[in-house]
Design a protein around this ligand. Structure first.
Ligand code: GTP
Ligand code: MG
Length: 193
């Protein structure tokens, strides 16, 4: 009797090089906290965040993976049934952008077809000039059907935006797989999911 509608659950995986700020982005998003001394993730950690989009309650099941190379082979465990991937790089370190491109290649070959992707250019607070160059990353993101967001886990900027974008696009994709009538029923019956 007391059970509340659980809504939908979307699985999101964060991928990217070590130290780029994946855990920091998730912790800022879920607990609004930040640590200068965030410890490296071993294997992966899991957190959830609830949100409502277009009246639909959604639980984001967030898998924050370990970026250190020695954990690379674990990637498929987390992305193989993911709805979305958030690829993170450190805006001050070009090598970490190359690592994003490698992850994208792997996802295109191994992940579910049409997985939703977004790229976070993190640590924007470390760049002095206001006009830092994300043009290359921006056009790369467009070329793979992803969106680029400039973020700072430290300052808390760009973070709600990137998670909301990903969740909204997953919802749109799921909705487009259903006919309009089915979607209306689906919303009406959402407590059953
Ligand atoms: N200045 C600044 N530092 C950040 C930001 N995000 C993370 N950091 C710092 O960067 C370091 C690494 O952050 P993590 O969140 O642990 O990075 P990670 O990608 O989860 O690393 P792994 O778990 O090893 O894959 C920590 O010292 C953070 O405090 C940011 O936006 N700005
Ligand atoms: Mg981590």
């Amino acid at each position: 009797m007391n059970s509340k509608p659980s809504g939908l659950s979307f699985k999101l995986v964060l991928l990217g090089d070590g130290r780029v700020g994946k855990t920091s982005l998730v912790l800022r998003y879920v607990t609004n906290s930040f640590s200068e001394k965030q410890e490296a993730t071993a294997q992966a950690s899991y957190l959830t965040k609830r949100l409502v989009i277009e009246g639909v309650p959604i639980t984001l099941a967030i898998w924050d993976t370990a970026g250190q190379e020695r954990f690379h082979a674990l990637g498929p465990i987390y992305y193989r049934d993911a709805d979305a991937a958030l690829l993170v790089y450190d805006i001050t370190d070009d090598d970490t952008f190359i690592r994003v491109k490698n992850w994208v290649k792997e996802l295109q070959q191994m992940a579910p077809k049409n997985i939703i992707m977004a790229i976070a250019a993190n640590k924007s607070d470390l760049v002095r000039s206001k006009k830092f160059d994300v043009q290359e990353a921006d056009s790369y993101a467009a070329s793979i059907g992803a969106k680029l967001f400039v973020t700072s886990a430290k300052l808390g900027s760009g973070i709600d935006e990137v998670f909301l974008d990903v969740a909204t696009r997953v919802l749109q994709k799921k909705r487009s797989l259903l006919s309009t009538d089915a979607y209306t029923d689906w919303k009406g019956l959402k407590g059953c999911f």
